[in-house]
Design a protein around this ligand. Structure first.
Ligand code: FNR
Length: 344
């Protein structure tokens, strides 16, 4: 399968993502200050990390978000990620399965259920696919839910990418008829209120805002271009913090996943306070896996759970849903952003 152009692209994606990984990229969450509860009336053991993801109960409010699959190298990564997910009990999304649909093979995705037969797993496809392909993607990994990614900036930057983006009819068909819940996501550009309004009208219920400040797909695809710098497209993006603030006007319409540059338990907590029900992490988990291996990733995930429990005690929150009530202060810059977009 390695001589296939699509498999090569998958290898380049994860390799360049790791090359461009920055521990301090700006997702805006440093501009959110949480207020403590100095009399929480809670014990650490009382804290309950359970929440929902695509409307389904899950044990932990963060998960391994879409990364990869489809080549020999990336199958090994998926096999390791699926093992880590099984060991830590957190949900996992695979990277786009379109390569398997194009090749008409399993393209290595069978390792997901071999390594993690009982865990919560999300499939992944681009929004150009129809219901038939969505069902195939679900069947391929016996998925509990399907992620559909909106990635216009990435496609435009990708030399061999799509140039037409008429996705609404497919999306409506999939949302209406797929037997499993559908999580519509960005890949690191963030989502505007215009987009959320369109998704609401299409009947979408679950949205991963996937904001700027972590993995930058325009930069990744730009590395693969040999002529013409398209990096300017990333200027048209919203950070994870900005996307979450905009999404607050839609809290009754969607269950939100937050992602984009999440690297610590404190950032997970901030996303949950700003209104997310759960948090996806890709670049940081991939970085730890590549640099330090699967055992280190298991340790890191267990540490995140422990740190999150401690943070929740200091915030006076027994349950994840209690975090939505926590008081916070925004930096003047973020406050001004929020003010400009209040109810418009
Ligand atoms: C991704 N992401 C992604 N998303 C998706 O929906 N389908 C995909 O195939 C991929 N592929 C992919 C490859 C690699 C190497 C990375 C690092 C990421 C995007 C990912 O799910 C997420 O939306 C963004 O990366 C933002 O989160 P992080 O990476 O900043 O935590």
């Amino acid at each position: 399968m390695e001589d296939n152009i699509h498999a090569q692209r998958k290898n380049e994606h994860y390799f360049i993502a790791e090359k461009l990984y920055q521990a301090d990229a700006h997702n805006g969450l440093d501009q959110v200050q949480l207020h403590p509860d100095n009399l929480p009336e809670l014990a650490l053991a009382d804290v309950d990390l359970r929440t929902t993801l695509v409307g389904q109960p899950v044990n932990v409010p963060f998960f391994i978000n879409a990364i990869t699959g489809g080549s020999q190298q990336t199958t090994k990564i998926n096999q390791q990620l699926a093992t880590v997910a099984a060991q830590t009990g957190i949900p996992m999304a695979v990277g786009s399965e379109s390569i398997a649909l194009k090749l008409g093979t399993t393209a290595g995705f069978e390792v997901i259920r071999q390594a993690n037969p009982d865990g919560f797993v999300l499939g992944n496809l681009g929004a150009g696919h129809n219901l038939h392909n969505a069902r195939k993607a679900v069947r391929l990994i016996n998925a509990d839910a399907l992620e559909i990614h909106l990635n216009v900036a990435q496609e435009l930057t990708m030399p061999e990418g799509d140039r037409s983006f008429k996705w609404s009819a497919n999306l409506r068909e999939i949302i209406t008829h797929l037997e499993q819940p559908v999580l519509v996501k960005e890949v690191g550009t963030g989502m505007s209120t215009t987009t959320l309004e369109k998704l609401r009208r299409l009947g979408v219920k679950y949205v991963d805002l996937s904001g700027a400040g972590g993995t930058n797909f325009v930069a990744i695809e730009n590395e693969r271009r040999h002529h013409q710098d398209f990096g300017f497209l990333h200027e048209i993006s919203l950070s994870t913090a900005q996307s979450l603030l905009l999404a607050q006007d839609f809290s009754h319409d969607f269950e939100f996943t937050a992602s984009g540059g999440i690297r610590s338990a404190l950032e997970i907590a901030k996303c949950l306070v700003l209104g997310a029900s759960n948090v996806g992490i890709s670049g940081q988990f991939l970085h730890i896996l590549i640099k330090h291996g699967p055992d280190a990733l298991v340790t890191y995930i267990e540490t995140l759970k422990d740190e999150l429990r401690n943070i929740m005690v200091l915030l006076g929150c027994q349950r994840v849903s209690d975090l939505h009530q926590v008081a916070y202060t925004l930096s003047p810059e973020l406050w001004s952003f929020k003010q400009q977009h209040q109810n418009n």
